[in-house]
Design a protein. Structure first.
Length: 220
């Protein structure tokens, strides 16, 4: 497989970084004493955040904090005064998945690696401290003023990497697999949750359970 590609780009949060644990832990710390059920909180967050990423562009820092306020309101939680930005302030503590760095180090021996992420550049810098490889290109929502599943990230990545051969890898079917397929960019679904693609939706070119499996598949 590896002879077919020069660059592997990744979604960041959900693919490289365990953002669900990061978000849940941030709520536990940011709203002391709150009775939180992880699945309920994460489900609410996943329903709310995409709505904030449509329409006129706003920075991801604001997306995070508006989503936190809306999730808290939905679940009957009260954010302490002065702590309304607890979620965006926590992003630097969100951990990589256990397989992330071992797999990235393997992949970096053969491929150029990149990131296409719905994030602000300054927030991403906090996350990159956890990752043990160099990424190029890095395409953020801040740079293209839009959020996946819009196509701007992918088009920008193509412009920066042509004529090199690009493979994209991501956990989110909605944010990454669908737009990549529409733009005819080869895509690997890192299906960490064991989800099923919609019957009427496009299928990824490859599917793996984690990044170590991707490194195995690409022969590194």
């Amino acid at each position: 497989m590896r002879k077919h590609f020069d660059i592997v780009t990744f979604d960041c949060y959900g693919t490289l970084i365990d953002w669900e644990s990061g978000i849940f832990n941030a709520f536990q710390t940011g709203i002391p004493g709150a009775k939180l059920e992880r699945a309920t909180l994460i489900e609410a967050y996943h329903q709310i955040e995409p709505k904030l990423e449509t329409g006129e562009y706003i920075p991801y820092r604001d997306v995070l904090d508006r989503a936190a306020a809306l999730v808290a309101s939905r679940l009957g939680l009260e954010i302490p005064k002065g702590d309304q930005r607890f979620l965006s302030a926590s992003i630097g503590s969100w951990p990589p998945f256990p397989d992330t760095n071992p797999a990235l180090l393997r992949l970096a021996t053969t491929f150029q690696l990149g990131i296409l992420s719905n994030v602000d550049d300054d927030l991403l810098r906090y996350t990159l401290r956890h990752l043990k490889v160099i990424f190029n290109p890095i395409v953020t929502a801040k740079q293209v003023h839009s959020y996946k599943p819009a196509h701007a990230h992918f088009r920008q990545a193509r412009r920066r990497t042509t004529p090199k051969r690009l493979l994209h890898a991501a956990q989110s079917y909605y944010h990454d697999v669908v737009p990549a397929k529409r733009l005819e960019i080869p895509v690997v679904w890192v299906n960490r949750k064991g989800e099923k693609a919609p019957r009427t939706g496009p299928l990824p070119d490859l599917e793996v359970k984690n990044l170590e499996e991707l490194a195995d598949l690409l022969g590194v």
